[in-house]
Design a protein around this ligand. Structure first.
Ligand SMILES: O=C(O)CCC(=O)C(=O)O
Ligand SMILES: [Fe+2]
Length: 261
């Protein structure tokens, strides 16, 4: 039986239930560390979502703290100037899962079985699960003029995002593939330091509203440059785990959302 929700997804262009298409996407993600599926959701649906979130912008939470690139607390045994302890600014805001309307197409897409099966196939995982807390699963990021997301590595091994509204300028997604190797515990201090000093070349990933982006952000160092102009950059992060029952700790929830429930 076809999923009732599938009409939000452009399955003509992206036949997500076709095993050959899944294999093609998986090959590209493995090769590049990133996969952009252009026009995954159509412009009418995107316009509908943007309209809803424009009125929610005032509720967005802006964490007013710096962080290191590893998103961990500083190590007092290392110097403040050590790459591990260098502090980065992230000023964008967000709306957490519990404030995403129940009827939002974002929630329907997130829960869509064919979408989740597609992600499993592309990511090479057995099963996929929402976060076991009220805040983490679907987040909408807001970057009005001047706001940014500084250089970092993600905690999760994969990230799934979709741009909802592009800024007039700025808001570039920049990345350095394999800047560290988390599986071997290699922190990549030399390379990370050069990136922070601005002396290391990086790539930029191009995507438009409605494009689905899959990204291995645990080892690729990445950032989003400040928004320029009066149009807010709006982006949804679909966060999943490959095991059930995973929740962010209370301290992580407090850091990312300013609250724990
Ligand atoms: O805004 C983006 O394009 C990337 C978001 C991101 O890197 C993150 O949420 O960790
Ligand atoms: Fe990230």
């Amino acid at each position: 039986m076809p999923s009732q929700d599938v009409n939000y997804l452009n399955t003509d262009r992206h036949p997500i239930t076709d095993p050959d298409y899944v294999a093609e996407c998986r090959g590209q993600l493995d090769q590049d560390g990133a996969l952009v599926l252009h026009g995954f959701v159509g412009p009418d649906t995107i316009a509908q979502i943007v309209e809803t979130f424009a009125s929610l912008e005032a509720d967005a939470y802006y964490a007013n703290e710096t962080h290191n690139v590893y998103l961990t607390p500083p190590d007092p045994s290392l110097a403040d100037e050590h790459t591990y302890n260098r502090q980065i600014i992230s000023s964008k805001g967000l709306i957490a899962d519990d404030h995403i309307p129940a009827a939002s197409p974002l929630r329907i897409i997130y829960n869509d079985q064919s979408f989740q099966s597609f992600l499993c196939g592309v990511l090479g995982i057995e099963s996929i699960h929402a976060y076991d807390d009220d805040l983490s699963s679907i987040n909408v990021h807001f970057a009005p003029e001047g706001k940014e997301l500084g250089w970092h590595f993600d905690n999760s091994s994969f990230a799934i995002t979709m741009l909802l509204q592009a800024p007039d300028a700025g808001g570039s997604f920049d990345y350095v593939p394999a800047a560290r190797d988390s599986s071997s515990g290699d922190m990549g201090y030399d390379l990370v330091g050069r990136v922070l000093d601005g002396s290391q070349p990086f790539r930029s990933l191009k995507f438009e509203p409605g494009d689905l982006v899959l990204f291995r952000g645990r080892d690729a160092m990445h950032r989003v440059t400040p928004t320029e102009g009066s149009t807010t950059r709006l982006l949804v992060v679909f966060a999943f785990n490959d095991a059930p029952g995973v929740a962010l700790s209370r301290s992580a929830l407090q850091t990312f959302y300013g609250r724990t429930s």
